[in-house]
Design a protein around this ligand. Structure first.
Ligand SMILES: [Mn+2]
Length: 374
């Protein structure tokens, strides 16, 4: 896939797409909208283009987790070493416990300062989209992104990508994390030697959290080999673990205790459990972005529980998280019932109903999936 195409495309520079200025060698439907590509080009086709410095914007999904923040910052630090100007933009704010990451202080919050972020987007020559695969995951940024007439480049490991939107990219659900995919990009483009301790810290945070501290099946031998390379930069993995997991305030632990005691329901007949949290609990415990991260996993520690759900009334909408063990597919479950998706064993969704109605819909959905949950 790389050999002859790489050579032809390289000879045909400039080939930035879309916009009609570049030379698109693939067959395409006549005169469609600017972004109507039948499929995105392989990520390897940007490797020779990395030589030319550009103004690059790198974006992640709303309410970013450590993989979204780590992969975008890791890519940003790498591209800067190649001479690119980079800006990382998050669609929304992010958790306090991500703020230690190298470069995090310069990340822009689109929701907080849309004008400033839009001005940067308007100057961009490339937009990398990391750790999400449908523009709706960027919330209020989605329209601006859809209109932006520059190539968007996808690097992501979620299921069912919106590929027509992206000029180049890679979508691989086998990958442990987007951070691992950024590592692959750096290595495959011939720049492994540029990985320093700051890049390593960002990528390690992403892969460690997305593999559940290396316990999920995505933590392959290749992931462990990557971690060995990251460790060789001098990386302090103990410090990173503490930054991510021992970096909360007392109220968050009190909140966890309260909801596990009072808001969790176990449905043994479906091997499932639910934590449903009303808005008033978030207010009472002064819960901030990131404080509920990981909560959905607790019910899975009960013997026999195969599926866990966390449904939170966030006031503006009701947010759902789903986790499973083994062969129950929460990506499909989230898509079918809660306007969401994600991975086979970890997915999210939303509801415009009240918390009570959403909980009832969840219980009905459990009964419809009863046989798959046995
Ligand atoms: Mn991820």
């Amino acid at each position: 896939m790389f050999g002859i195409w790489h050579l032809i495309l390289h000879l045909c520079l400039p080939l930035d797409r879309p916009g009609g200025l570049g030379i698109d060698l693939r067959p395409r439907t006549a005169a469609g909208p600017m972004e109507d590509f039948s499929a995105m080009l392989p990520i390897a086709e940007i490797y020779p283009l990395l030589k030319q410095p550009r103004r690059v914007v790198i974006i992640m999904h709303q309410k970013p987790d450590a993989d979204a923040m780590g992969s975008t910052l890791g890519l940003s630090l790498f591209l800067r070493k190649l001479g690119h100007q980079t800006t990382v933009i998050s669609p929304t704010n992010w958790a306090e416990w991500l703020k230690w990451m190298p470069g995090a202080g310069a990340v822009m919050d689109y929701e907080f300062a849309p004008g400033k972020a839009q001005a940067v987007l308007d100057q961009a020559e490339w937009v990398f989209c990391l750790d999400f695969n449908t523009l709706t995951r960027t919330r209020h940024m989605a329209n601006a992104l859809r209109k932006l007439p520059v190539p968007k480049i996808l690097v992501d490991h979620h299921q069912q990508p919106e590929t027509p939107v992206f000029a180049y990219g890679i979508s691989n659900t086998e990958k442990s994390s987007t951070s691992e995919m950024v590592y692959d990009l750096i290595v495959e483009s011939g720049h492994k030697a540029l990985i320093d301790i700051d890049i390593a810290a960002c990528l390690y945070a992403g892969v460690m959290t997305d593999t559940g501290s290396f316990r999920f099946s995505g933590a392959t031998a290749g992931v462990h080999r990557m971690v060995a390379v990251l460790k060789d930069t001098g990386l302090n993995h103990t410090q990173i673990f503490e930054n991510l997991f021992d970096n909360f305030l007392e109220n968050r632990l009190r909140f966890m205790g309260f909801v596990l005691q009072n808001r969790m329901e176990v449905f043994y007949e479906y091997n499932a459990a639910l934590i449903a949290i009303p808005w008033k609990d978030l207010v009472r415990y002064e819960i901030k972005t990131g404080d509920t991260e990981g909560l959905v996993n607790y019910p899975l520690s009960i013997q026999g529980i195969k599926m866990a759900a966390l449904i939170i009334d966030r006031d503006e909408e009701v947010k759902c998280s789903f986790r499973s063990k083994g062969d129950f597919d929460v990506n499909t479950f989230a898509r079918n019932y809660f306007d969401g998706g994600g991975h086979f064993n970890a997915a999210g969704g939303r509801s415009t109903d009240t918390l009570e109605v959403t909980v009832q819909r969840f219980i009905n959905a459990l009964s419809e999936n009863s046989s798959q949950l046995q």
